[in-house]
Design a protein around this ligand. Structure first.
Ligand SMILES: C[S@@+](CC[C@H](N)C(=O)[O-])C[C@H]1O[C@@H](n2cnc3c(N)ncnc32)[C@H](O)[C@@H]1O
Length: 300
C-alpha cells in the first residue's frame, strides 16, 4: 500500500447496489497489511468486509450495522465488541445517502447517522462512535476509518477536519473515488468535484489515557491585530467595507480604532501613503478612493 490508493474495481465482495458501498480491495489490503487477531467492522452495510474476511479466511471477525441484515446493531447505544486489535469503519457521508427507510427498513431510524438533523449533530454522533471504538481496542490496536468530505449547497463540509481524533494518527491515506453516482451529475457554475476520500488510521498507544484532538473554530478581528496585518491589508479592507469606494475621512473612520492606528500617532499619514503607493487604490476624484482588486497584479 502507498499513501494514495486507487481501486478502479470494487471487487466481488458486498454489493454494488448498496449505495455508498466501498471497495473490498481496501479492506483486503488493510487486513493483509495489519494481520489483525480480531477484526471488527462497523457500518458493515452490504457486507463488503464480511465477504473479504471470509475470502481471506479471517476466522475472528465481527460485522455490525444498524441494518437488520447485520442484527440491527446500533453504534450509538449498543456495546462495542471488546478485544479487537483492528476496527474498520465506514460511516455515512452525513445525509448524502439516507440509509434507514431507503436502503433498508420502511421508516427512518432515529439513531441512523445518515438521518441527523444537522451536520453538527452528525459530527457529535460520529465522535461518540469513534470514542467507543477507541476505548474497545486492545493496546497497540488500530481503528481505520474511511470518510469522505462533502459539499452541499455551496458549503464544504470537511468531516475529517471536524471530527475529533481519538488516539495517535498513524497514517492518512487518500483514496481515489471511482464509480460514484455523483460522477454522472453535471454541476452548474464553478465547482471542483470531490473525487477522493480519506482513510485515517488511529493507533492506541496507551491503556488508560486517550489523546483527543478537537477542531476548534475561532475568529480574529484583523483590526485588533498588529503583526499579522499590513497597512495595505487594512486599507483594502476599509475600502471594501465601504462598498468598494470611500472618502478619505470615511477610510479614516473605518481605521481609527485599529490596533495599528492606536500604536502610531502618524497613522493618517500612513493611510494616505498606502493609498498613493499601491496600484490597486484608485483616486476616483480628489479625496475619493476606490479599490480595483481585479486589476491588481500579484507581483506588485
Ligand atoms: C457508507 S455505508 C457502509 C457501506 C459498507 N462499507 C459497504 O461496503 O457496503 C454506512 C452504513 O452505516 C450504517 N449506520 C448508520 N447509522 C448507524 C448506527 N447508528 N449504527 C450502526 N450502523 C449505522 C448504515 O446502515 C450504512 O449501512
Amino acid at each position: 500500500m502507498q499513501s494514495i490508493i486507487s481501486y478502479p474495481s470494487r471487487g466481488p465482495w458486498g454489493s454494488h447496489r448498496y449505495r455508498g458501498n466501498c471497495t473490498g480491495h481496501l479492506i483486503k489490503d488493510l487486513l493483509n497489511y495489519f494481520q489483525p487477531k480480531k477484526f471488527v467492522e462497523l457500518f458493515a452495510g452490504s457486507g463488503t468486509g464480511r465477504d473479504v474476511a471470509r475470502h481471506l479466511d479471517v476466522q475472528n471477525s465481527v460485522h455490525l450495522d444498524l441494518n437488520p441484515t447485520f442484527g440491527g446493531w446500533n453504534a450509538l447505544k449498543d456495546e462495542m465488541p471488546t478485544g479487537s486489535d483492528f476496527v474498520f469503519s465506514h460511516p455515512p457521508y452525513h445525509n448524502i445517502i439516507p440509509y434507514s427507510g431507503e436502503e433498508w427498513g420502511r421508516t427512518p431510524h432515529m439513531d441512523d447517522l445518515s438521518r441527523c438533523s444537522s451536520y453538527k449533530e452528525f459530527i457529535q454522533k460520529l465522535n461518540v462512535v469513534n470514542a467507543k471504538v477507541y476505548a474497545s481496542l486492545t493496546n497497540g490496536g488500530r481503528h481505520a476509518v474511511l470518510v469522505g468530505d462533502v459539499k452541499q449547497e455551496g458549503t464544504y463540509y470537511s468531516i475529517i477536519k471536524d471530527m475529533a481524533y481519538y488516539g495517535e494518527l498513524e497514517q492518512h491515506l487518500i483514496k481515489v473515488q471511482h464509480n460514484c453516482l455523483s460522477d454522472l451529475k453535471t454541476y452548474q457554475g464553478a465547482f471542483i468535484p470531490i473525487v477522493h476520500e480519506h482513510v485515517l488510521i488511529f493507533r492506541k498507544t496507551e491503556v488508560w489515557m486517550i489523546p483527543i484532538v478537537h477542531a476548534r473554530r475561532t475568529e480574529q478581528d484583523i483590526r485588533q491585530t498588529e503583526n499579522v496585518v499590513t497597512w495595505r491589508d487594512l486599507v483594502q479592507a476599509a475600502v471594501q467595507a465601504l462598498g468598494g469606494r470611500g472618502t478619505l475621512s470615511q477610510i479614516y473612520h473605518e481605521l481609527a480604532s485599529t490596533k495599528k492606528a492606536s500604536n502610531n500617532k502618524h497613522w493618517r499619514e500612513k493611510v494616505r501613503q498606502t493609498l498613493q503607493l499601491h496600484e490597486e487604490f484608485i483616486a476616483v476624484r480628489r479625496g475619493l478612493w476606490s479599490c480595483d482588486l481585479a486589476g491588481f497584479s500579484a507581483a506588485s
